[in-house]
Design a protein around this ligand. Structure first.
Ligand code: ADP
Ligand code: F6P
Length: 449
C-alpha cells in the first residue's frame, strides 16, 4: 500500500500508464509472483474506479475527493508532516481541519485492504501519508503481519513532539509488526518518540507495546543499479551525453543538480554557493556550466511556490551578472525528463551536486554513481541526505555552510582523475552490492516474519 498507485491515469491518452520508479520495479516482480495487490490513489481527485489488473498486478484504487486532496494531501501530508519531519526547515502549518481528513483517508485505505484480502494476508504500508493505517488494520485483523516503511526522515523527538496528534501517530505506527527507516538515526528517533509518547518500552530495535513486539530497523532503499548501468553504458546514451555537452557550448567542467523542486533539496543555497565560486574565481567564469533540473512538485502548496520564485530569481541574478554572449552559467530546466535524457545528463556531468538540507535517502545520488560507467565523476553530497550514511567517499558537505560548500564545489571541479576514480570505485561498489532488490527482499522478509 502506498499513497500513489504504480500507474497513473493519463487524461490525454485516455488510459492508465505505468509510473516507473525504483519501488515499482523492485516490488512488481514480487507482487506478480505472489499474486499480490497494490492499493493506492490513482493520482487524480474524485476518480472512482473498480480494482483492475495492469502490469500483472491487481491495482486497487482508493478515491480521494478534491477537498481531501487539499486537506489531506496538500494540507496534513505536505503542509504539516513533510516540513515537520524534515527538521522543520520551513514553517510547519498545523490546522485542526486537516487532521480529520487525514484520519478519514487513512481509514479508507485500511478498509480497501480489509475488503480486498483475507484476514491473515500480510500488508506492507509505505510512507508518511499512511501512518495511521497499521493500527487501523491491527484493530480489524489482529493476526495479520503488518509492515510499515517510512521513506522520509523521522525527526528528533524535540521536533516531533510539537505535533498535537503525536500520540495518535505513534499509536498508528505501533500497529505494525515491523517499522523500517532508511537510516539508523531515524530508527533511533522513532524509538525514542515511541517511548515518550506511548507506553512502549524496550531497546531501540525491539519495542514492546500492548503485549506485542515491534521490530524497528534501518534498511536503506536503493536503485535498480543494473538497469541504470546498462542504460548508461549504451552507445545511444554515450552519444547523447557528448551531444549535450556540445549543445551547452562544450564547457570545460559540467556541473549538474537534479531534484524535485522542493525546499528540502537546498537548491537555493547550492545556487548561492555557485555564485560565490564565480565571484571569487574569475578564472572559472566561462569554464564551468551548471545545469539544474527541477521537477515540478506539489505546486499547490505555498512554500513550494515561494521556493520556486526564490530559485528562479537566483538563476536570473547569476546569469545576468556573470553570463556572456558565449556562456550561460546556469541552465535551469523546470520539468520532468525521460529516463534516457536524465541518464545522459548523469553521464555528461563531471560533478553532481546533491545538497539537501534534509532528505530521507536521495536516490539521485545513487543513480549518478551507477551511471558513471567510465569510473570518473565527482559526487558532492550533503551530510543531511540519508544516502551519506553509505556514500561516505563522496565529497560530503554541510549545505548550510556557504563558504564550505563553495570550497567543495571548487575542489570537486578540480579533483584529479586518480582521486576521482578511487572514490568512484568505492561508491560504485556500494550501489552494486546493495540495490533496490536487496532492499525489497530484506524488508519483505521482515514483514512476512
Ligand atoms: P524524492 O523522493 O524526494 O523526489 P529522490 O532523489 O529519492 O527524491 O528520488 C527522485 C526520483 O525522481 C529519482 O528516481 C529520479 O530519477 C527521479 N527524477 C529526478 N529528476 C527527474 C526529472 N527531471 N525527470 C524525471 N525523473 C526525475
Ligand atoms: O520521498 C517521499 C515521496 O513522497 C515519494 O514517495 C514520492 O515519490 C515523492 O516524495 C514525490 O511525492 P508526491 O507523491 O507528493 O508527488
Amino acid at each position: 500500500m502506498a499513497n500513489r498507485l504504480p500507474v497513473a491515469w493519463d487524461d490525454i491518452a485516455d488510459r492508465w500508464a505505468p509510473s516507473p520508479g525504483g519501488l515499482v520495479s523492485a516490488l512488481a516482480p514480487i507482487l506478480v509472483d505472489r499474486r499480490g495487490a497494490w492499493v493506492g490513489w490513482p493520482g487524480i481527485a474524485d476518480r472512482e474506479e473498480e480494482p483492475f489488473r495492469l502490469e500483472g498486478i491487481r491495482q486497487v484504487p482508493v478515491t480521494i475527493s478534491a477537498e481531501e486532496f487539499t486537506d489531506y494531501y496538500e494540507g496534513f501530508c505536505n503542509g504539516t508532516i513533510w516540513p515537520l519531519y524534515h527538521d522543520a526547515i520551513r514553517p510547519v502549518e498545523m490546522h485542526r481541519h486537516w487532521w480529520r481528513p487525514y484520519v478519514v483517508v487513512n481509514q479508507r485505505f485500511a478498509d480497501a485492504v480489509i475488503s480486498e484480502t483475507a484476514v491473515d494476508e500480510p500488508v506492507w504500508v509505505q510512507d508518511y501519508q499512511l501512518q495511521l493505517v497499521p493500527a487501523m488494520l491491527r484493530a480489524a485483523t489482529p493476526d495479520r503481519r503488518i509492515g510499515f516503511f517510512l521513506h522520509i526522515p523521522f525527526p528528533p523527538v524535540e521536533i516531533f513532539g510539537r505535533l498535537p496528534w503525536r500520540r495518535e501517530i505513534i499509536a498508528g505506527l505501533l500497529g505494525a509488526d515491523v517499522i523500517g527507516f532508511h537510516t539508523r538515526q531515524s530508527a533511533r528517533n522513532f524509538a525514542r518518540a515511541a517511548r515518550v509518547f506511548s507506553t512502549a518500552t524496550g531497546p531501540a530495535g525491539q519495542l514492546s507495546w500492548q503485549g506485542r513486539t515491534i521490530t524497528v530497523e534501518s534498511v536503506p532503499i536503493s536503485i535498480d543499479t543494473a538497469e541504470f548501468k546498462a542504460l548508461a553504458g549504451s552507445p545511444e546514451i554515450a552519444d547523447a551525453a557528448v551531444r549535450f555537452r556540445r549543445e551547452l557550448g562544450s564547457p570545460r567542467h559540467l556541473m549538474l543538480g537534479v531534484d524535485r523542486l522542493d525546499y528540502t533539496k537546498g537548491i537555493d543555497l547550492r545556487l548561492r554557493a555557485f555564485q560565490t565560486v564565480l565571484e571569487r574565481r574569475p578564472d572559472l567564469r566561462g569554464q564551468v556550466t551548471f545545469v539544474q533540473v527541477a521537477v515540478p512538485s506539489r505546486a499547490g502548496v505555498e512554500e513550494y511556490q515561494i521556493i520556486r520564485d526564490q530559485i528562479e530569481l537566483l538563476v536570473g541574478r547569476i546569469n545576468g551578472e556573470f553570463g556572456r554572449r558565449d556562456w550561460v552559467p546556469v541552465h535551469y530546466l523546470h520539468r520532468s525528463l525521460a529516463r534516457e535524457e536524465l541518464v545522459a545528463y548523469y553521464r555528461a556531468a563531471d560533478v553532481m551536486v546533491i545538497t539537501p538540507l534534509r532528505d530521507g535517502m536521495n536516490l539521485v545520488a545513487k543513480e549518478y554513481i551507477a551511471c558513471r560507467v567510465d569510473g570518473t565523476g565527482v559526487l558532492v553530497l550533503s551530510e543531511f541526505a540519508g544516502a551519506a550514511e553509505q556514500l561516505d567517499r563522496a565529497l560530503v558537505v554541510n549545505p548550510y555552510d556557504l563558504d564550505g560548500l563553495a570550497d567543495t564545489i571548487e575542489r570537486a571541479i578540480e579533483l584529479g582523475a586518480g582521486e576521482q576514480r578511487d572514490r568512484m570505485r568505492y561508491l560504485r561498489r556500494a550501489v552494486t552490492r546493495w540495490d533496490v532488490y536487496g532492499w525489497a527482499e530484506r524488508c519483505l522478509d521482515s514483514v512476512l516474519g
